[in-house]
Design a protein around this ligand. Structure first.
Ligand SMILES: Nc1ncnc2c1ncn2[C@@H]1O[C@H](COP(=O)(O)OP(=O)(O)OP(=O)(O)O)[C@@H](O)[C@H]1O
Ligand SMILES: [Mg+2]
Length: 137
């Protein structure tokens, strides 16, 4: 799936498309360079999932935990500042991955060997102000 996003107003449509694409997948990795719009897209996705909490990048804690309006838990990771994969193992990353709750992961390339095969890959690239968002399994 490939979606062109011209402004932030287009993100809710892209988020709906992603949620439909997921089916039963719970692990979603967001690839894309710094400033591509990963956190912004995750905010929109969380809103669509019924999260009313403030969604911000978990820069210091590696993970944020949100609760949606159905009482479900959603995890948001940002591994940009991680030193090595051991740091992710130490914070229990694998337990989160296999919890069955949605896991939204920024900078997944920093924990590439820990990621499950069964995962949805989202890539965001910016080209002259337009974002191209692609999804694949
Ligand atoms: N779809 C979009 N259209 C226009 N501007 C956007 C879009 N998505 C994000 N932006 C803008 O781009 C900037 C960076 O976005 P964001 O923080 O989401 O990027 P990021 O990929 O999470 O970056 P980082 O790698 O630092 O975590 C923000 O100022 C945001 O307002
Ligand atoms: Mg971010």
């Amino acid at each position: 799936v490939k979606i062109e996003v011209y402004s932030q107003e287009d993100l809710p449509i892209a988020a709906d498309a992603l949620l439909n694409f997921l089916n039963d997948s719970t692990v979603i990795s967001f690839f894309g360079p710094m400033g591509a719009g990963k956190t912004t897209f995750i905010k929109t996705i969380c809103k669509k999932m019924g999260v009313e909490d403030n969604v911000t990048s978990p820069t210091y804690s590696l993970v944020n935990e949100y609760r949606n309006n159905k009482g479900e838990t959603i995890y948001h990771f940002d591994f940009y500042r991680i030193k090595d994969e051991k740091e992710a193992l130490d914070m229990g990353f694998e337990d989160y991955l296999y919890s069955g709750n949605p896991c939204l992961i920024e900078w997944p390339e920093k924990v590439s060997t820990l990621l499950p095969k069964e995962m949805v890959k989202v890539t965001i690239i910016e080209e002259q102000g337009t974002r191209i968002i692609t999804f694949e399994k």
